[in-house]
Design a protein around this ligand. Structure first.
Ligand code: KG4
Ligand code: ZN
Length: 350
């Protein structure tokens, strides 16, 4: 049975995993840097790449130990080489190249965003293709059509912020904690958004939009700003917003964000042609309200829904190994010229 070592370092998680040819996850180690970035309420690229450098070797060793395998047992190495923070990507890509060269095994470059969709096949049956896949993460809100020849074509995307980015900014405004997504979800569960009117993104040309919602939340919390002597003055500071008001606005924000995601997804499905399943992945798919919305959408489209478990929604290396296996099975390998790329737009081959 093929054993794939996956390596992920595109943002603020250093991760390694061993996944076999049946997509059984033999081990998955994720070293999060959240505590390092929390004080800045966002990822600091230079801090992230230094932390990756410190963690990458121990994390790979631990993944092999947990899987009960030696490095020499690994058949191929998959690495998330794009897109992401360039300094961070370079750490994982360099480690993967060095290991592939020293072990004499194939190296596979994986597109991080597409890998989020392969997470739905981990410890689960193969993905039924063709399918439509929604990636909702901190950096992306994209819908792809996945075909059985391994190609992925973007059907639609956000015209401004990614939905996870909007959750993170809302988390800061609501003083909910970092990262914002899970913190806003937890706060929303304690509130009631009824009667709070926040806008649902409706871009004219289709796709998703979350930046108007973010600004509307700011104004709802701080009041309408006035210009006084050339500066913008708000009636209230965010720190002075009462906790009950925060909880109610967290609930209203989450409802509007999920409604915007649903609207854009339904429009994309109408243009997707024939497909056999709806797949989703990315950190925001860990959200219970998002998962319930996806169940409704898939049921209306009369297709099965394939979601990763919550642990494989957020960044991890098992999904990188899973996406790497799909390429390995098609005979697609990279060579030691594989580059780390901060940006790489799809449709490309998966
Ligand atoms: O996929 P991911 O781990 O990293 C990227 O590729 O960006 O996604 C991280 C994003 C963050 O914006 C985080 O706030 C969001 O996913 N997120 C959530 C939840 N858990 C993570 N958003 C909403 N609800 C959640 N439960
Ligand atoms: Zn991701």
């Amino acid at each position: 049975m093929t054993l794939m070592l996956g390596i992920e370092s595109s943002c603020d998680e250093t991760a390694a995993a061993v996944v076999d040819g049946d997509r059984c996850v033999r081990s998955s180690i994720v070293a999060s840097q959240h505590d390092l970035h929390e004080v800045y309420a966002g990822v600091v690229p230079e801090v992230a790449s230094r932390a990756h450098l410190e963690c990458i070797s121990p994390v790979i060793r631990q993944a092999c130990r947990d899987a009960g395998v030696a490095l020499q047992d690994i058949d191929a190495i998959a690495v998330g080489n794009a897109p992401g923070l360039i300094g961070s990507l370079l750490v994982g890509t360099s480690a993967a190249k060095a290991l592939a060269w020293s072990l004499g095994v194939p190296l596979i470059g994986v597109h991080h965003v597409l890998a989020h969709l392969h997470a739905a096949a981990l410890d689960a049956p193969p993905l039924p293709l063709p399918a439509v896949g929604l990636v909702a993460s901190g950096g992306h809100t994209h819908v792809y059509r996945l075909d059985d020849d391994g190609t992925a074509n973007a059907l639609t995307w956000t015209i401004d912020d990614a939905i996870g980015e909007a959750f993170d900014k809302a988390g800061t405004m609501l003083r909910a904690g970092y990262p914002g997504g899970p913190a806003v979800e937890a706060l929303a569960a304690t509130g009631d958004g009824t009667g709070i009117d926040l806008p649902i993104g409706r871009p004219k040309a289709g796709g998703f939009s979350f930046s108007g919602l973010k600004t509307a939340l700011l104004y709802a919390l701080r009041g309408q700003p006035r210009r006084v002597d050339g500066t913008t003055v708000f009636p209230r500071e965010l720190d002075d917003v009462p906790s009950e008001v925060r909880a109610n606005h967290a609930a209203a924000f989450q409802s509007a964000a999920v409604a915007g995601l649903e609207r854009g997804l339904r429009a994309a499905l109408n243009d997707a042609g024939e497909f056999g399943a709806l797949i989703a992945g990315g950190g925001v798919i860990a959200n219970t309200a998002v998962r319930s919305m996806l169940e409704r959408v898939a049921s209306d489209a009369q297709v099965p829904l394939r979601l990763p478990t919550r642990a494989y929604c957020v960044d991890n290396a098992a999904m990188i190994a899973g996406a790497g296996l799909a390429q390995f099975e098609r005979g697609h390998h990279a060579d030691l010229h594989l580059q780390a790329l901060a940006r790489l737009t799809l449709g490309v081959s998966s």
